[in-house]
Design a binder for this molecule. Structure first.
Ligand SMILES: CC(=O)SCCNC(=O)CCNC(=O)[C@H](O)C(C)(C)COP(=O)(O)OP(=O)(O)OC[C@H]1O[C@@H](n2cnc3c(N)ncnc32)[C@H](O)[C@@H]1OP(=O)(O)O
Ligand SMILES: O=C([O-])CC(=O)C(=O)O
Length: 382
């Protein structure tokens, strides 16, 4: 058995997957062979989820019935709503509320505890989770505002409907398209920490609700999905500091601060999704507030040109520009990471089921560095 220790499992191959592939040196991302740029431009989030789950793009009819099958499952139980209301009143973090909601969804699962080897049933459950996450999240936000939840809109797709359920108003075309694109960009990304977490849970043949709940938990950390909120916090900090963004970033790097939204385990160059989101942020800045876009580009230029971070392989990741996009869409900051989760459900479900087709319990080991041959002394003699 190999004894080399790969901390953080960096570069370790643990599975084969047909879902997505990242070329970290070229800055290229594909979902099942299709470039992220083309999918972001031409597909909808539901289309991409279909692609991830079924291995090919849907026909028009297939897409229509897939969207319908998601829309039919969007309602959440009264128990979930009541819990969202209580958690909102208790000022709970949205990611924690979402984690709780996903865990609760299983209580109203119409197929009950299906056979763990029934992957078709698991996929239907995954579809129910995908459908319900936006409803639970939007309800949580409405309760926080002291408002009643808004029922899902029968004619809107997942992205537009989420914005509708947040505000009670149907979004304009630009907002709906931008948000849909953001969901596509976040849908899958190889064996990132949250996807791997879901796969580990799935590999024990625990159900898909458990696997997705674990995915939400893993995504919440600042080294992973939590970074998009941190980027916006940094932009606020800069704005409130009264410093020129350039001065701020000089000072911050001198203090050795890590800039959220920079660096990635796989990319050594700028993340292709950051490029797309940067363009969206720029477009929104043209008709709205340009401050946030300006600050982010100043930081990026400084870290690239002056600090040479990009030469060291530390470049903007997907989280760097998503914050300013969401902010301009009027989405509350602490919903950014839950939105990431809302999209990544597609990838989590896809990877868990793909792995289970040829399942092997995931169980690595640690090199033991503790004591040997200690003599046990009973507690009353210690
Ligand atoms: C959706 C996502 O999950 S994308 C990632 C979101 N997370 C962030 O944006 C948080 C900021 N970034 C980071 O903390 C890291 O880049 C990670 C966690 C994403 C990747 O980490 P790892 O691959 O483990 O790299 P690691 O943390 O070992 O850093 C390697 C080197 O790059 C430096 N570095 C990494 N990220 C940054 C950063 N954002 N700013 C400044 N320096 C950085 C580290 O200081 C380290 O330098 P050293 O070797 O001189 O000590
Ligand atoms: O791949 C990773 O390590 C992080 C991630 O989920 C992403 O970039 O979308």
């Amino acid at each position: 058995m190999a004894d080399d220790l790969r901390k953080g499992l960096e570069g370790v191959l643990v599975a084969e997957s047909e879902l997505s592939s990242i070329d970290g040196d070229a800055g290229r991302l594909i979902y099942r062979g299709y470039s992220i740029e083309e999918l972001a431009e031409g597909a909808s989030y539901e289309e991409v989820v279909y692609l991830l789950w079924h291995g090919r793009l849907p026909t028009e009819d297939e897409l229509e019935s897939f969207v319908e099958s998601i829309n039919e499952e969007r309602e959440v139980s009264e128990d979930v709503l009541a819990t969202m209301e209580r958690l909102a009143a208790a000022d709970e973090e949205p990611m924690a509320a979402l984690r709780t909601a996903v865990s609760m969804f299983s209580a109203s699962e119409p197929e009950g505890d299906a056979d763990p080897d029934d992957l078709e049933a698991a996929l239907r459950k995954g579809r129910r989770i995908t459908a319900k996450v936006p409803t639970a999240l939007a309800a949580f936000e409405r309760y926080r505002l002291g408002e009643e939840p808004v029922d899902p809109h029968p004619d809107l797709g997942l992205a537009a409907n989420f914005l509708y359920m947040l505000s009670g108003e149907a979004p304009d075309e630009v907002a709906a398209e931008t948000f849909d694109q953001a969901l596509i960009l976040h849908a899958d990304h190889g064996l990132n920490a949250s996807t791997f977490t879901s796969m580990v849970i799935g590999s024990t043949k625990a159900d898909i609700y458990s696997a997705v709940t674990g995915g939400v938990a893993a995504l919440s950390g600042p080294l992973h999905g939590g970074a998009n909120q941190d980027v916006m916090e940094v932009l606020f900090e800069i704005d409130e500091s009264g410093l020129d963004p350039l001065e701020w970033v000089e000072q911050a790097t001198e203090e050795g601060r890590r800039i959220p939204g920079f660096g990635h385990r796989v990319y050594n160059v700028k993340d292709p999704r950051a490029k797309i989101l940067q363009r969206r942020s720029e477009e929104l800045a043209e008709t709205g507030e340009s401050k946030w876009y300006d600050i982010t580009t100043t930081i990026e230029e400084y870290l690239t040109d002056e600090k040479g971070l990009v030469e060291k392989g530390i470049a903007p990741n997907v989280d760097f520009y998503s914050g300013s996009v969401y902010y301009q869409l009027g989405i509350p900051i602490d919903m950014y990471t839950p939105i990431f989760a809302m999209s990544r459900v597609g990838g989590w479900v896809g990877h868990v089921l793909e792995y289970q087709e040829d399942n092997r319990l995931i169980r690595p080991r640690a090199r033991y560095t503790g004591a040997e041959d200690e003599e046990f002394v009973p507690v009353d003699e210690r």
